[in-house]
Design a protein around this ligand. Sequence first.
Ligand code: PAN
Ligand code: ZN
Length: 187
Amino acid sequence: MSHTSLPAEVILNWPAGDMHGRKVMQSQKRLGDLKGIFADETARSSAEPATVVYQVQWWQPAEPGQEGGLFWGVTTIHPGTVGGEFYMTHGHFHANRTRAEYYATAQGEGLLMLMDDSRMTWTEKMSPGSLHFIDGRHAHRVINTGKAPLIFWACWPSDAGYDYGSIAKEGFGARVFNRDGSIEIRS
Ligand code: PAN
Ligand code: ZN
């Protein structure tokens, strides 16, 4: 019997946070896209709108919404602040609250902010090698508190979906600022 080995569909560069493959997708979020995310909207709207805050690459080997598949991605959050508040992701709940996720840090320093339905909010420290299990009930956002890019890998179910609405409306229960070089979490 003959046997053929197919090439892998995606090749990762773990430390650099880069994925290569025909079906790998990507998106960038710039300051101009992040209206209402930071506390100081005046500072955000007067900053250069083309500045990239974070970028995501991901692979969807199943249809979004299909049960049983897994998606894989990587996010790079650049270092920086808006009105003293560290650069961060939008953050979201999963539309399906029974769908969990893993985040694993490749490079950089930051905080994974988690929030439950009652708006109780807490953080976990992210540093190279840290692995974070995100319960499907918890909203999640990542904040780069360091001076270098924060790069983390993620794996989540194809039918998790995204619920950005409640975060866009009410935010998380805390924000993270650079106060004279130290990290301040304000609730
Ligand atoms: C991640 C996030 C990614 C960007 O893949 O989507 O880090 O963050 P926002 O989607 O909050 O802008 C994930 O959590 N997927 O479920
Ligand atoms: Zn998620």
